[in-house]
Each structure stands twice: as structure tokens, then as C-alpha cells.
Design a protein around this ligand. Structure first.
Ligand SMILES: Nc1ncnc2c1ncn2[C@@H]1O[C@H](COP(=O)(O)OP(=O)(O)OP(=O)(O)O)[C@@H](O)[C@H]1O
Ligand SMILES: [Mg+2]
Length: 259
């Protein structure tokens, strides 16, 4: 039998994460009915790291995020967040542990205004934490996305796609997460806005408190900011490495970078 501490040390070294891994998936498999979509997924996100999860349509990226955020229960494997098992917790329980997500399609409340959507992000918090969110964190959100401050009274559904994406990120940040999971935040944005979005993500991680798990089909954009990368195909991790290692892989060049 392998000594688990040796295994943990080996995989931390591989990801560049420190001993204090924020998130660790070990052999996670998820099914829809009898159809197995995730096959034995293992991955690690370190404190303050940006980890990108790349893969083409149908690879299982959203399924992985839903498994992480408690919308789907894995059939086997372990999900550890700061060393505690969270597999099988309901979505609200996962948020309380410190994992917030920006879902595919944003899922804002369109008829509510910007401020009300941001407030919804704080509903999972205790009274004390909510106070912190409504002061310091709200200020951080407004300084990351100045347009949200200017538009606090505007209905979400009348915002542009890029503004809605910023609002969805702001709402997730209001839950005071330690890990922010984002499902294709660049989808539908202009190249200029994609670059701006990536800059903001880098800034969030750079502050050191929030780790990011970034699901993207836009490999080029994600590789620019990621510390570590996993490539998912048909529900399996087929490649992982530092952004530089993955960028230099001929398979990735051909399949994702058009070169
Ligand atoms: N609710 C569901 N019931 C059954 N099968 C599903 C369900 N949701 C997704 N799938 C299947 O699971 C597989 C993975 O889907 P998933 O949405 O996780 O892929 P993805 O990598 O996020 O793709 P995309 O880049 O298109 O968003 C696909 O084959 C999909 O058809
Ligand atoms: Mg998806």
C-alpha cells in the first residue's frame, strides 16, 4: 500500500501547490443515470492558484463543476476542501464551506437590479460575515468592476452580456469564497472583454485569498493566466501540467491553439 502522505507530497510537488491544498479531488466519478460522464478525476487547486480546466464541448467540464458545487453527487471518489470532505453536501452547504461558482449562463435574477443580485450572494452568510461582505467585499467588487457601482439600480436583464458576466462574478465574490469556480466566463465576450476578464481574474487570485478554478474553451486566454492546467476529454483528465508545459504540448497546439 502506498503511504498517503507520500502520495500527497508527490502530487503537491506536481502541481506546484503548497502542502495546504485548498481543493483536492481524488478519483471522482459522476453519472447521469447509468451514463458515466466523469471518470476517475483527480485534481488539486492550491491556495491563491489559478487552475484552468480545458476541454472541448461535452468533455464534462460543467459536470465537474456541478459535482464540486453540490448540484450532482459523485458516485465514487473524494472531494476535500481544506482537508474536509464535501462530497455529497447540498449546494448551500458547499457555499458555506467557501466555494462559490459562476455558472454557465450566469443565472442572474433578470428583473432584479445590480445591487439586489449582489445581495443574493450574501444569503449563505452568517450575520457577522454578511456585514463584512457588505462593506469590504462590496468595495472590492466595485473596484474590480466599476461599471457595477455606476449601475447599481439597473435591472440585470438590461445589462450587456459582459456586464452580466461581471455581475455574476461579483455576486459569487459576495459569498466570501475561498475558491471561485467559473464556467466559461469568456463565452460570448469580445476579445477585448475577454482580456479584461482574465486581467481581473488574475488580480483576484493575486490578492492571495481566493483560489480560482477556471473552466474554459478559450484555451489561449486561460493559459495566459493559469498556474496549472488540466485537460479533460470524454470525462477523463488526459493531460495536466503547468501552463507552459501544456502550451508546448503538440496535442494542445493542434486541438486548442489552432497551431
Ligand atoms: N442532465 C444531463 N443528463 C444526461 N447527460 C448529460 C446531462 N448534462 C450533461 N450530460 C452529458 O454529459 C456530457 C458532459 O457534459 P458537460 O455539460 O459536462 O460538458 P462540457 O464540457 O461542460 O461541455 P460544453 O463545453 O459544451 O459546456 C455530455 O455528453 C452531455 O451530453
Ligand atoms: Mg459546459
Amino acid at each position: 500500500m502506498t503511504d498517503p502522505s507520500v502520495q500527497a507530497a508527490a502530487s503537491s510537488a506536481a502541481t506546484g501547490a503548497t502542502g495546504a491544498d485548498r481543493l483536492r479531488l481524488e478519483g471522482v466519478s459522476t453519472f447521469y443515470g447509468e451514463a458515466q460522464v466523469l471518470k476517475n478525476i483527480s485534481l488539486t487547486v492550491g491556495a491563491g492558484q489559478i487552475v484552468a480546466l480545458l476541454g472541448s464541448n461535452g468533455a464534462g467540464k460543467t459536470t465537474l463543476l456541478k459535482t464540486l458545487t453540490g448540484m450532482l453527487a459523485p458516485r465514487s471518489g473524494r472531494i476535500l476542501f481544506e482537508g474536509r470532505s464535501i462530497a455529497g453536501l447540498p449546494a448551500q452547504g458547499v457555499i458555506r464551506q467557501g466555494i462559490a461558482s459562476v455558472p454557465e449562463g450566469r443565472e442572474l435574477f433578470g428583473s432584479l437590479n445590480v445591487m439586489d443580485n449582489l445581495l443574493i450572494g450574501t444569503y449563505s452568510l452568517s450575520a457577522g460575515k454578511r456585514k463584512e461582505a457588505l462593506t469590504d467585499r462590496l468595495e472590492m467588487v466595485f473596484s474590480l468592476f466599476p461599471i457595477l457601482r455606476e449601475r447599481v439600480r439597473q435591472k440585470a436583464e438590461t445589462m450587456s452580456g459582459g456586464q452580466q458576466q461581471m455581475l455574476a462574478m461579483g455576486r459569487a465574490l459576495m459569498a466570501l469564497p475561498k475558491l471561485l469556480a467559473l464556467d466559461e466566463p469568456s463565452l460570448g465576450l469580445s476579445p477585448l472583454l475577454v482580456a479584461e476578464m482574465m486581467r481581473v481574474l488574475k488580480e483576484i487570485a493575486g490578492q492571495g485569498e481566493i483560489s480560482l478554478l477556471l473552466v474554459e474553451q478559450n484555451a489561449r486566454a486561460a493559459l495566459k493566466i493559469a498556474d496549472y492546467v488540466y485537460v479533460l476529454e470524454r470525462g477523463e483528465v488526459v493531460l495536466s501540467g503547468t501552463a507552459r508545459e501544456v502550451m508546448e504540448s503538440p496535442v494542445i497546439q493542434a486541438a486548442y491553439l489552432g497551431g
